[in-house]
Design a protein around this ligand. Structure first.
Ligand code: PGA
Length: 247
């Protein structure tokens, strides 16, 4: 268990500009305890506008991807340095939707991780097995393979364990499955988050696994009420854990 807790909202391509702006305008988070971080990952083109709409202390921002390159003639690309300039804290690297859809190679993921660190930002490196890999008993082998890109890095990133079969499907990994994967991953990351169909209805069960240092949430982060419920539950668990650690 890390000392910090991260609640990260990955909005993917699911919000309109108006939807994103009204979400952040109305978001009224109480003060957060030290070590508890809440961040929203809007579409690139919405980040700056969203930031202007809120001055909530403690709310952080993330980007869903970045370029492998530092700067230059790379049409339509966005660099980690440009994201840092905006005031973004985190960048997702290796989300399974990108691994699958744009066939991101290990080489490109390795470059992105370095770019993010060079820009002084925190990478959230996503890993996770497919259902076939799980059924074939190849979970650790798959994770190990995905972790190889971390070898040359100057710093351990935050990891997000997201079993591919649990993303956007309503299927959630069981506690034993989550615990085993998180134990396997914890030496490789500064913290290990869980992602995949997290909802207010299942969050307590997921966070009962002590090794889970936070959540990467897609669908359930799009609506204020479910996001706030996740926030409240996460915070309760975080405070309880801190109380135990210090008491
Ligand atoms: P989901 O997405 O919560 O909608 O399953 C999680 C993710 O892709 O990060």
């Amino acid at each position: 268990m890390a000392n910090n807790f991260y609640l990260l909202a990955n909005w993917k391509m699911s919000q309109t500009l108006n939807g994103a702006l009204s979400f952040v305008r109305e978001l009224n988070l109480p003060r957060q305890p030290e070590g508890f971080y809440t961040a929203i990952f809007p579409s690139y083109i919405h980040i700056a506008d969203c930031m202007k709409e809120t001055n909530r202390a403690g709310l952080q921002w993330g980007a869903q991807d970045c370029s492998t390159e530092k700067e230059g003639a790379f049409t339509a690309e966005i660099s980690a340095a440009q994201l840092a300039e905006l005031g973004v804290h985190y960048v997702l690297v290796g989300h399974s939707e990108r691994r699958q859809r744009v066939l991101e190679s290990s080489q490109s993921l390795e470059k992105k991780l370095s770019r993010v660190l060079e820009a002084g930002l925190e990478p959230i490196y996503c890993v996770g097995e497919s259902l076939e890999q799980r059924k074939a008993g190849r979970v650790e082998e798959t994770l190990e393979e995905q972790l190889r890109v971390l070898r040359g890095l100057s710093k351990k990133p935050i990891l997000a364990y997201e079993p591919v079969w649990a993303i956007g499907t309503g299927l959630v990994a069981g506690q034993d499955e989550i615990q085993a994967a998180h134990r396997f991953l914890r030496d490789y990351g500064a913290a290990v988050l869980y992602g995949g169909s997290v909802k207010p209805q299942n969050v307590e069960e997921i966070l009962a696994v002590e090794e889970v240092d936070g959540l990467l949430v897609g669908g359930a982060s799009l609506k204020q009420d479910s996001f706030l419920k996740l926030w409240e539950k996460s915070q309760q668990v975080f405070l309880k854990r801190m109380g135990r650690a210090h008491g």
